[in-house]
Design a protein around this ligand. Sequence first.
Ligand code: R5P
Length: 296
Amino acid sequence: MLPVVVAGSSHPGMALSIAQALGANARFPVVEKFPDGETHIVAPSVKGTAVYVQTMHPYPNEMLVEMEYTADLLKELGADKIVAVVPYLAYTRQDTRHTDGEGIAIKSMLRMLEKAGVSDIVSVDIHLHRLSLKGMSGLASVRLHEVSAVDALAKESGRFLKAPVVVGPDSESERWAKRAAELLGSSYDMLEKNRTSPTEIEIKPKTLDVKGRDVLIIDDIVSTGDTIKKVIESLRAKGANKIAAAFTHGVLSGEDAAAGLYRAGATYLISTNTINNEFSRVDVGPIIAQKLKEIL
Ligand code: R5P
């Protein structure tokens, strides 16, 4: 039996894209706010499996409450199984206790969703810098599945760049840089990134030969844009030709994030629609639907 795709309020377009790729129906709960800010939801009653779609931007806490509340409600209204599709999974950067008393937010979040009745979470290019997918899944009983947009991003970059060198800003981005380079038949390298404070980073240039070459920078998240900005500056100093920055999740916090990348010398910005933004050129809906077909 086909699942019913239920749209969270953050990204109805993504729910439609997934429903279309699955050949399933999409339903749209009514989500409203009381004057004091409380969330009020009226959801459809779904029999069988509900695929609930909610990305966690721009208000991750709001989206989390809506997701938890809707999952619980869908279960109460008759759904046998709830699979949450969370294209941008917030809180994944808070995966470790660095100082005494610090919360491991992703663990609490996964457990919260599990208690609300979510059996599986599907997300895109998860920020797995310290934990593996298995390690992050192991923080709760909910099953975590990942798909990647890197193939589609690399393909899209081919419209703008010629035989680019692929560059990742840090060692953790190697899995994406390597894959993109394989697809483009080019070489790749990673720079060295050190976080010197919660808001300051330092990028160490490598002896990369990019003079006169097109470059594709690839990363999972662009948030303030500082990381990619420093990479672009370093590539410009080395005489790179066209520079495209491709990223899965365009968080783009602050008004200046994208403008700063252009000012630093980016020629093109390419993003997916896990978070809709003006650079969303890749629709991850069909990629997610493919994974859903495997796990449902
Ligand atoms: C961090 O390790 C991530 O992969 C991104 O590089 C990071 O989240 C980007 O953040 P920002 O744009 O604020 O530098």
